[in-house]
Design a protein around this ligand. Structure first.
Ligand code: BT5
Length: 239
């Protein structure tokens, strides 16, 4: 595994994508400061100050895209939840891959596929985890209840230690996950899922779908039931 450390960068995902050609498979890019962090669908990831994690995995598993790559975000969310357990914090997953503690978002994961024409070049799997933040800083993030590991545990969190443990756990199961796919983590994922059997609304692009979150498929999709109809969702945001 190679590591690239940056003092300050717009976005570790953008850096990894722009330099993908020169970065070896399984490189980890991490930064002390991120000035224009990206979320999904053009949203932003806020840098809550020094001591927080901004990291991207550069992954080049093969020369062609495989469906299982889209489940890597869910794999990483489970790996993170297991690590948070070690800090005595019980984390939940809000489909597809928001990690929450006590109903507040503590981490965000963004996977981006890099293509050159029709050729698959690799994936950049980015993760931001709030480790050390002031209460006043998390409160200014719009539209979301947000928390940080130090606020949940009452103690300062060592960023390097946390990053190494997260990276090691990720790579410990990564190859097996590529071979096995979502079934490898399904049981753990479902145990963490805070939305199941509840009436929810899922925003899918500009469409709001309402229903009861019935289950998660073997491919990590969400089954939403409404009036005897079932929707299989592969993308969306639970509102
Ligand atoms: C995500 O998007 O949650 C994916 C965020 C991925 C960030 C990492 S950091 C390293 C790597 N480099 C990048 O540029 N990105 C990745 P989404 O589900 O769209 O959620 C974005 C929403 O989360 C925002 O609109 C805010 O409401 C909220 N948010 C922003 N910053 C946050 C923070 N620090 N903590 C918790 N929530 C935040």
């Amino acid at each position: 595994m190679n590591t690239v450390y940056l003092e300050r960068v717009e976005s570790t995902n953008l850096f990894a994508k722009s330099n993908l050609h020169d970065l070896a498979d399984c490189t980890v890019v991490h930064a002390k400061e991120q000035t224009a962090g990206r979320g999904r669908m053009q949203r932003k990831w806020v840098d809550l100050g020094e001591g927080n994690l901004f990291m991207s995995f550069v992954l080049k598993p093969s020369n062609s895209f495989n469906e299982v790559y889209s489940n890597l975000t869910q794999y990483l969310s489970v790996v993170l939840c297991d690590l948070l357990d070690e800090f005595g914090v019980s984390a939940e997953i809000k489909w597809p891959n928001d990690v929450q503690v006590n109903g507040k978002k503590i981490a965000g994961i963004l996977s981006e596929t890099v293509m050159q024409g029709s050729e698959f070049k690799g994936l950049v799997l980015g993760i931001g985890v709030n480790l050390n933040a002031e209460k006043s800083a998390v409160e200014v993030i719009p539209d979301k209840a947000v928390t940080s590991l130090n606020l949940e545990t009452g103690s300062y969190i060592n960023l390097d230690d946390f990053r190494c443990r997260l990276t090691d756990s990720f790579f410990a199961g990564y190859k097996e996950f590529l071979n096995t796919g979502f079934p490898m983590i399904k049981e753990k994922y479902v145990r963490r899922a805070c939305f199941l059997n509840r009436e929810i609304t899922v925003k899918v692009f500009n469409d709001d779908k309402k229903g009861v979150a019935k289950s998660i498929t073997e491919k990590g999709e969400l089954i939403l039931a409404n009036n005897n109809k079932e929707f299989v969702l592969t993308i969306g945001d639970i509102l």
